[in-house]
Write a protein that binds this ligand. Structure first.
Ligand SMILES: C[S@@+](CC[C@H](N)C(=O)[O-])C[C@H]1O[C@@H](n2cnc3c(N)ncnc32)[C@H](O)[C@@H]1O
Length: 379
């Protein structure tokens, strides 16, 4: 199997299950559950589908060896575990690139405080210069204080930069680690336009993309996947690592949200309850009654519409609990499609660059997704 095959199988599975991933469970419940029927009823079908999704997302074609070749250790003790992991993996990956020239100018786009630029510049001898671009002046100032001796910091909005804004006479390495939404596209576009440049891109925050910023490659145009805001959000959050604490919190949020939805279906079905935005985390630590009162205010209804006794009983009623549990399960099934959606987006970007540059570029999983979930890199 090659990347084209993986892409075709991914888009085919997405097309077959479009009705599931393209809308959140509240928009399907209870009248449009037909698309979930097989997943609900047939355990074997469900297991095989999820195995298929995982086999595509974690395909060995994306495996990457980032074992450390040199003797130098990188001291990153001051940084968070996730950042340490990312920097170490990228440093090891770049160290293995035999085709790099002996002198490269590292350009870190959306480089934040410059942790990555600083550590790459200090440990990889082929990086003779490093410049970090970011539009957050506060981060840039902190970066100057910490790493000013290794890295130049430039406060710029990278979305307005073009190839001529970069040094023309030296080989460049354009790095974009977790550049949000379309900023990744900007980075890849610049990499395509600047001759003699090398690059590495790991995307994130797909929910910030517009639909027109997906399906860029001919490959994706020929096998179109219709994204919307909900699918892009699912691609971003679909397989985030969850601590047990976080998981419990999310379940409580869903129990409140879905039970309130059932309440609304029964007592004010004409109101757009599905569209209510999420509430502050502290609200979910309080009673269901307090939560409902807040939502009623948002809907311009009197908070005393229902008594506390009624609401607490509604929340604990067996029939409602069962229905909410079902909605939570269906939401979990839907979440599995986040992997396919992310894979579709990243593969599209890979083909988009490859189709125009004809370069031998790679797409590999460079991070452990348990530590850094947006782990697929194009380089
Ligand atoms: C998710 S963070 C990644 C930071 C860094 N690359 C890392 O991995 O730690 C995204 C960064 O993009 C910067 N950013 C957002 N929009 C930008 C823009 N239009 N131009 C330049 N930087 C931008 C933010 O300030 C932030 O530092």
């Amino acid at each position: 199997m090659n990347k084209e095959d993986i892409f075709h199988q991914t888009t085919e599975l997405l097309a077959q299950h479009h009705a599931i991933w393209s809308k959140e469970i509240l928009f399907s419940y209870p009248n449009h559950l037909a698309s979930y029927e097989l997943l609900r009823q047939k355990r074997l079908y469900r297991r095989e589908l999820f195995e298929k999704i995982n086999s595509l997302f974690y395909h060995s074609l994306f495996n990457c060896s980032t074992s450390f070749l040199g003797s130098q250790r990188i001291d990153l003790r001051r940084l968070k575990e996730k950042k340490q992991h990312e920097i170490t993996r990228i440093a090891h990956l770049l160290q293995q690139q035999q085709h790099f020239p002996s002198s490269l100018h590292l350009i870190d786009l959306c480089g934040g405080m410059g942790h990555l630029a600083n550590h790459l510049k200090s440990h990889l001898p082929f990086f003779q210069q490093a410049t970090s671009f970011d539009n957050d002046e506060k981060l840039q100032q902190k970066g100057r204080e910490l790493y000013g001796h290794h890295v130049s910091f430039k406060s710029k909005d990278i979305s307005v930069l073009n190839a001529l804004d970069f040094p023309q006479r030296e080989p460049l390495f354009l790095c974009g680690l977790h550049s949000c939404g379309a900023l990744s596209l900007k980075q890849l576009q610049l990499s395509k336009e600047i001759p003699a440049s090398f690059f590495l891109n790991v995307g994130c925050c797909y929910h910030k993309l517009k639909e027109s910023e997906c399906n860029l490659s001919q490959m994706a145009k020929d096998n179109f996947t219709f994204h919307n805001n909900e699918s892009l959000t699912l691609a971003t959050r679909g397989h985030e690592k969850e601590s047990p604490q976080n998981r419990l919190h999310k379940i409580r949020v869903k129990r409140f949200r879905y039970t309130f939805y059932l309440l609304g279906l029964r007592y004010f079905p004409h109101l757009p309850i599905q569209q209510l935005r999420s509430s502050p985390a502290t609200l979910y630590k309080q009673s269901f009654t307090t939560y409902v009162q807040e939502q009623l205010k948002r809907l311009s209804l009197p908070p005393e519409e229902f008594s506390e006794t009624f609401l607490e009983h509604f929340f604990k009623e067996e029939k409602n609990k069962k229905e909410v549990k079902m909605m939570i399960h269906l939401g979990e099934y839907r979440k599995e499609f986040g992997k396919l959606l992310e894979l579709q987006i990243v593969l599209d970007r890979y083909f988009w660059v490859q189709e125009s540059t004809r370069q031998n570029i790679q797409l590999k999983r460079i991070f452990d997704p348990q530590i850094s979930p947006r782990s697929l890199a194009i380089f």
